[in-house]
Design a protein around this ligand. Sequence first.
Ligand SMILES: Cc1cc2nc3c(=O)[nH]c(=O)nc-3n(C[C@H](O)[C@H](O)[C@H](O)COP(=O)(O)O)c2cc1C
Length: 317
Amino acid sequence: MPRDATDTDDMNLAVNMGGLPMKNPVTVASGTFGYGQEYNQYFDITRLGAVTTKSLSLKVRAGNKPPRLVETPAGLLNAIGLQNVGIETYLSEKAPFLRKQGATIIGNIYGHSPDEYVELASRLEQESAADAIEANLSCPNVHDAKTASGAVLVSQDPDAIIEYTKAIRSATTLPLFIKLSPNVADIQEPALAVQEGGADGVCLINTLLGMSINPKTRRPRLSNIVGGLSGPAIRPVAVKMVWDAARVLSIPIIGTGGICTANDAIEFLLAGATAVSVGSMTFRQPDAPMQVLDGIKTYLKQHRIERVEELIGAMEV
Ligand SMILES: Cc1cc2nc3c(=O)[nH]c(=O)nc-3n(C[C@H](O)[C@H](O)[C@H](O)COP(=O)(O)O)c2cc1C
């Protein structure tokens, strides 16, 4: 597939995401892009600033029973339950494909203890199967010991965030990002915990908890009952959380949540994000990340802005 020559024209689209050089600020949201193979039919995935993988766990995970996806007004409720191929298959089949293409890889990982995250991060680094690590400490869909007992997720407990982040930090020299749950009263606390733990960046936001009931059957529409809301419905919440976090952090942010167009992505940059990820929108329009990228370039041209970095945190009040 030919590369788009305009990606290398005058405008400087490059950003430095916590030590990860990205040729542009656009990546994809974990879990909405698989491992890139299917989407490579729709566009050259190496045009992305980075490919972010589906959360990888030590073992293969089948995920929750269907139904696992429900459409809501301006959004999507999912309770996939972190279905993934597991680290071994990723290393033997998925990473070689991404490497062959020449993609920059953000390897998203999910575990049940600091040790599991440590092992996942170490394997990815040892096998050169990622250029940065994104640790998902925020998924609300899994019935692990903590959620089953009604206790909080790691991502909702600043002390636990520090513990997990420090452990992963000590296991890898790759840029390390922590992905946080928005299901908290104040996002600044967990965001500061990520920084204290020594990570290089924060990814905001994962899905917001939600549920939907069919009045005819009186049954929940998701087998898991509760799911995670994504899509345009959550964008204003996500933009505010990025803005809140950016005001107290010195490490950069990947902004995500309902990005459909370049203008949506630019909102996140203006609020303080350094990079953006396109998620649920790719289900409706597989080349949405490219539309977002091309739209950012047009915006820069129209506004005579030389470097995309000038937009970061540039909201005017
Ligand atoms: C079907 C689906 C699966 C997802 N799986 C993961 C996952 O495995 N790991 C993760 O960190 N986030 C996961 N997410 C959350 C997204 O990465 C993203 O944070 C969220 O959907 C908000 O972005 P969006 O509104 O653009 O989709 C998933 C989201 C969806 C819709």
